[in-house]
Write a protein that binds this ligand. Structure first.
Ligand code: PEP
Ligand code: MN
Length: 338
């Protein structure tokens, strides 16, 4: 249920509502908008009628049910869009957030070359996996903490923010010590223990859509993180499994306008995993911006032919720079900037 406060309701009245919500066994989430404050009461749906009685409290305008199963992620609770702030970088604001870098952190030279190149082309966030979720146990699994140290070094050298994947709950404190944004990979979208752990970490989270997950399931996974009062969640469409085999996955760009309608959370698109081939990345990146994405995550490698993972879908720095010039034009056409 949502308890909507009257415009200008004093803080004591808000606090009283919060107290009553807790007393009734619900978890209160306070969302302060520009016009008014709302208190989301999240918990067992069966006690809804008890919450309805809070309508009688001073300062309460009305009490309305949240119809969607994802409560805190829904636009019903928060009509205005969330802007996730990572240092001075914003995700979800008019300026698009460009995250780029290699699939995996491989060496200091490889990472620093990538970092300087993507920064020069306009990226503000450096990606790179230190812990890699690989289909085969015999494939390169990432450099682990050594990779995290290299990411921190690249941040120091370039000023770029860092996004990197965390694979299991035990590693969350370690990865959170180095990363600016914790990435939950497609294969872990419904790893609920991991979602709870990153919910407790006070760090923004990039949540990738599972390759066989519906949009509603993605939002329910986001809800796990939000329910821990970590509201800095960025959603990422990265392609889903279909019968098509010409591309690695099928990039579901429908998800962009659908998510923008259903949730206040920022939505970015990963056309690298979404297509699986460097030749198709630029077209789908342009389409994603045109569709209303708040940003992009793109794999860039100084020597894609030597990459230890995902070389086939990685752009060279030159191709990435060319793409960002095109993206700037499309961003402008849809009222955004790069
Ligand atoms: C990645 O970003 O390198 C990655 C493994 O992506 P996904 O989880 O979307 O497959
Ligand atoms: Mn990859």
């Amino acid at each position: 249920m949502i308890i909507v406060m009257q415009a200008g309701a004093p803080e004591e009245q808000v606090q009283e509502v919060i107290r009553r919500v807790s007393e009734l066994g619900y978890h209160p989430h306070i969302i302060r908008g520009t016009q008014r404050t709302v208190v989301g009461a999240v918990g067992d749906e069966r006690g809804k009628t008890k919450l309805q009685s809070l309508e009688a409290l001073p300062g309460v305008e009305n009490v309305v049910p949240i119809l969607q199963p994802f409560k805190l992620a829904s636009r019903e609770v928060r009509p205005q869009r969330t802007v996730v702030k990572v240092g001075d970088v914003e995700i979800g604001a008019d300026r698009l957030a460009l995250m780029a870098g290699p699939c995996s952190v491989e060496s200091e030279a490889q990472l620093l070359d990538s970092a300087y190149a993507v920064k020069a082309a306009g990226a503000t966030i450096l990606r790179g996996g230190a812990f890699k979720p690989r289909t085969s146990p015999y494939s390169f699994q990432g450099l682990g903490e050594q990779g995290l140290k290299l990411l921190a070094k690249a941040r120091e050298a370039t000023g770029l923010r860092i996004v990197t994947e965390v694979l299991n709950p035990q590693d969350v404190p370690l990865v959170a010590r180095y990363a600016d944004i914790l990435q939950i990979g497609a294969r872990n979208m419904q790893n609920f223990a991991l979602l709870n752990a990153v919910g407790e970490a006070r760090k923004p989270v990039l949540l990738k859509r599972g390759m066989s997950a519906t949009i509603q399931e993605l939002l329910m996974s986001a809800e796990y993180i939000l329910s821990h009062e970590n509201y800095d969640v960025i959603l990422c469409e990265r392609g889903i499994r279909t019968f098509e085999t010409a591309t690695r996955f099928t990039l579901d760009l429908n998800a962009v306008p659908v998510l923008r309608k259903l949730t206040h959370l920022p939505v970015i698109v990963d056309p690298s995993h979404g297509t699986g081939y460097a030749d198709f990345v630029a077209a789908m990146a342009r389409a994603a911006v045109a569709a209303g994405a708040d940003g992009l995550m793109i794999e860039v490698h100084p020597k894609p032919e030597e990459a230890l993972s995902d070389g086939v879908q990685s752009l060279t720095p030159a191709r990435f720079a060319e793409l960002t010039r095109q993206l700037a034009l499309i961003a402008k056409a849809v009222g955004r900037s790069l």
